[in-house]
Write a protein that binds this ligand. Structure first.
Ligand code: SAM
Ligand code: SF4
Length: 346
């Protein structure tokens, strides 16, 4: 069985329908940030003022993004997450989802959104086959929500959550855990999973906040989060994590939903990383912490053909950092980290 699997992997590799990096990890997942624009100003992601958005001509077009998704999916990227910026600010988002949902080589499309612009789109999301949405919600207190996002949109996000649950979309609530900001929300957020079939995901804060040298000087780590939860719920059970999961998953017995902790700063999951990122400007990142490996948009605009695009991807994967620490050390242009997560695609 094992040998047969190795042979199958080798055949798929030779046929170029599987992507493997230099550490033997299969890469089958891409996060595509369709825009760097956002209608919120979450302080851990971007500064309140002084943001310079990329000029439109520097952003990938609909056709360019579609081409890359279609091409890469034929070579092994069969799962895609659409993110941003706020993806629903992009006027073509629903048409794009509709278009990529028809690509037969894509097996799963998911979305990360702040949930402020989707309450009238939930049925359409379901009809194009979106079954999972990651919804960012850092507090269940409207005042703290305002302090964190600098916008008064708490009720819209809660409404979107309920509408998605009602329509059968699996909601994963993304909460960035921040000392002095929302520690008091950790347990109430988990309480939402008592009666709702949601997954609460606690995320360590990372330094991608669009300002140099600030960020998580007093990081709340994944172990602190779990310790706090187990103090309140001593019977917490560990769940089996799906392959390549970034979250360590748990359940409180009797709760409808579950929860996960993502050690995004501590980087405990790099060993099984299966993902690449494509930024709104067309930059391929083989690790969140690298500062960009090559630019597919520039290649396409200079006339590169599909073989050259796939060749560039294979070559980037053949030289991939083994983990986020190494990727961070290898940074050249943007060191130390100063990008906004909105320009990368979280
Ligand atoms: N605007 C959408 C949203 O907020 O869900 C999608 C883009 S946002 C950049 C994607 C995810 O990255 C969100 O869940 C957000 O909380 C997370 N994020 C942004 N900045 C972060 C940071 N500095 N550390 C950890 N997570 C961050
Ligand atoms: Fe916008 Fe998402 Fe960044 Fe918040 S986390 S500022 S919603 S891109």
């Amino acid at each position: 069985m094992g040998i047969a699997f190795v042979h199958l992997k080798a055949i798929l590799l030779i046929l170029h329908i599987m992507l493997i990096d230099n550490h033997g990890r299969e890469i089958n997942y891409m996060r595509l940030a369709v825009t760097d624009r956002c209608n919120l100003r979450c302080f851990y992601c971007m500064p309140e003022e002084g943001i310079t958005y990329a000029p439109k001509k520097e952003l990938m077009s609909f056709a360019e993004m579609y081409h890359i998704v279609d091409l890469f999916s034929k070579h092994g990227i069969d799962k895609i997450r659409i993110t941003g910026g706020e993806p629903f600010l992009w006027k073509d988002m629903m048409t794009f989802l509709d278009a990529i949902s028809k690509i037969p080589t894509l097996s799963k499309i998911s979305i990360t959104t702040n949930g402020t612009l989707i309450h009238d789109k939930v049925d359409r999301l379901k009809s194009v086959g979106i079954n999972t949405v990651n919804l960012s919600l850092d507090s269940i207190d409207s005042d703290r929500f305002f302090q964190i996002t600098r916008r008064d949109d708490f009720s819209k996000v809660m409404e979107s959550m309920d509408l998605m649950i009602q329509s059968g979309i699996h909601v994963k609530l993304n909460m960035v855990v921040m000392n002095g900001r929302n520690i008091e929300d950790i347990i109430p957020m988990l309480e939402l999973a008592r009666d709702k079939p949601i997954s609460v995901r606690y995320i360590e804060e990372m330094p991608f906040n669009g300002t140099q040298g600030q960020g998580n000087k007093t990081l709340w780590t994944h172990t602190q989060i779990l310790d706090l939860i187990t103090t309140h719920f001593p019977k917490v059970q560990k769940l089996v994590d799906p392959p390549a999961s970034t979250a360590m998953n748990y359940k409180v017995p009797g709760f409808k939903g579950d929860f996960g902790i993502i050690a995004a700063y501590s980087r405990t999951f790099c060993g099984t990383c299966n993902r690449i990122r494509l930024t709104p400007k067309g930059v391929i990142k083989t690790c969140l912490y690298d500062d960009g490996i090559f630019n597919v948009k520039d290649m396409m605009r200079s006339g590169a053909n599909d073989e050259e695009l796939i060749g560039a991807l294979q070559s980037a994967l053949g030289n991939r950092a083994k983990d986020g620490r190494e990727a961070e050390q290898n940074r050249k242009a943007l060191n130390p980290i100063s990008e906004s997560m909105a320009t990368i695609g979280g």
